[in-house]
Design a protein around this ligand. Structure first.
Ligand SMILES: NC(=O)c1ccc[n+]([C@@H]2O[C@H](COP(=O)([O-])OP(=O)(O)OC[C@H]3O[C@@H](n4cnc5c(N)ncnc54)[C@H](OP(=O)(O)O)[C@@H]3O)[C@@H](O)[C@H]2O)c1
Length: 345
């Protein structure tokens, strides 16, 4: 049986995943008995298509990368828009990778809700649906007997959600602290090396790691949305991004960094979640942490997350110098999980 895949969003992450999937076709079949075909792709400005026989992913990637329209691909039918594709495509799994919206998490949340309600498994790398509607979407997935996976929402493909769900049964997450935004960490560590904020931001842009709107990174929104995703999934918080006590790195000066260093500390943009009597308290702010601590020692684009648990004490996950392939891998690992669950039935 072939897993029928529909893409909504076919940008950097989805195309990197499409390449990975095409290159590993034989391995996936040999190692997991996973066979797949692509039956729909929806984009914002590069057309929306469906195909019962299967879309050639290599051709689709090349088409978008030369700025063409997917509707030019042979053997495909044009659809009027993404909403129509999500509501009507013949697929077993929807891969959602549209841009993050920090105000409402839309249209991604609507796409995910529609697909789950139709009985499709959903895999997303988008933080929005998890930060704005996790409890509701998870309940629909359970009710419909399908998977809702989102490993790529925090720390790309590094196992965060899967680690807790699959490897820490019976343990409760009491809190977390993390360096979760690569752009901010690159800027802070470049400033430690003497560069100005503006030069360091330019370097982050040059490496292509900033959000389309780099203010999301610098003002702590990206880290806040990730903190909410962690709290909602790992601590059943039902929080929203606007509730995070948030301060970004815009006001940080070289003098702040020097004074932290004089005391053996480093400045890091830290996202924290703590249980309190009134619920879960979430903060994102520049903090002085010991230079030799886990959070103090992550440099450049690297990320770190420390989970406090009741039965397993503290566990740390470090992702060293991630790139787009690590996000694509999140989609692959989630897709294999969907396949394995289907195979068990
Ligand atoms: N890049 C990373 O390293 C990274 C890491 C972790 C998570 N993520 C998350 O992964 C997601 C994708 O990131 P990306 O870097 O691949 O972004 P991207 O390159 O900007 O791609 C976004 C894709 O979504 C399409 N799109 C926009 N609006 C749409 C709509 N209403 N319906 C259907 N498609 C729509 C775009 O189409 P057009 O190009 O035709 O407009 C494009 O194909 C984001 O949510 C991001 O936060 C990214």
């Amino acid at each position: 049986v072939e897993l029928r895949i529909a893409f909504v969003g076919f940008g950097n992450v989805a195309r990197s995943f499409a390449r990975m999937l095409s290159e590993r076709r034989a391995h996936l079949d040999e190692d997991y008995g996973l066979r797949w075909k692509t039956t729909a792709i929806a984009t914002g400005a590069h057309g929306c298509i469906t195909s019962d026989v299967g879309i050639d992913l290599v051709e689709a990637v090349a088409c978008v990368e030369r700025g063409g329209s997917l509707t030019d691909l042979a053997g495909t039918a044009a659809a009027s828009g993404s909403a129509e594709v999500v509501a009507g495509c013949k697929a077993d799994i929807l891969l959602e990778t549209t841009p993050l919206d920090i105000v409402l998490g839309e249209p991604a949340t609507t796409y995910v809700r529609t697909a789950l309600t139709r009985g499709l498994n959903v895999v997303t790398a988008n933080k929005g649906p998890v930060a704005f509607a996790y409890a509701e979407l998870k309940a629909i997935a359970v009710e419909r007997g399908v998977c809702f996976h989102f490993e790529g929402a925090v720390m790309d493909g590094a196992p965060v959600f899967n680690l807790v769900e699959r490897c820490l049964p019976g343990a409760r997450v009491l809190g977390f602290s993390g360096v979760l935004n690569s752009t901010s960490n690159l800027i802070l560590t470049e400033m430690e090396a003497g560069r100005s904020f503006e030069d360091a931001l330019r370097e982050a842009r040059r490496r292509g790691i900033t959000e389309v709107n780099a203010d999301y990174d610098i003002d702590g929104w990206d880290a806040a949305v990730k903190a909410v995703a962690l709290a909602n999934v790992l601590m059943t918080a039902d929080a929203r991004p606007a509730e995070v006590d948030r301060q970004g790195i815009r006001g940080v000066s070289i003098a702040d960094i020097e004074s932290a260093r004089a005391d053996g500390n480093a400045l890091r943009l830290v996202a924290r979640g703590e249980r309190s009597t009134s619920g879960t308290r979430l903060t994102v702010r520049p903090e002085r942490v010991p230079s030799t601590s886990i959070l103090g020692s992550v440099r450049g684009t690297s990320n770190a997350l420390v989970l406090q648990t009741d039965l397993m004490g503290e566990i740390a996950i470090i992702e060293n110098d991630p790139g787009i392939e690590q996000t694509a891998y999140a989609l692959l690992s989630d897709m294999i999980a969907v396949h394995e669950r289907a195979a068990r039935r």
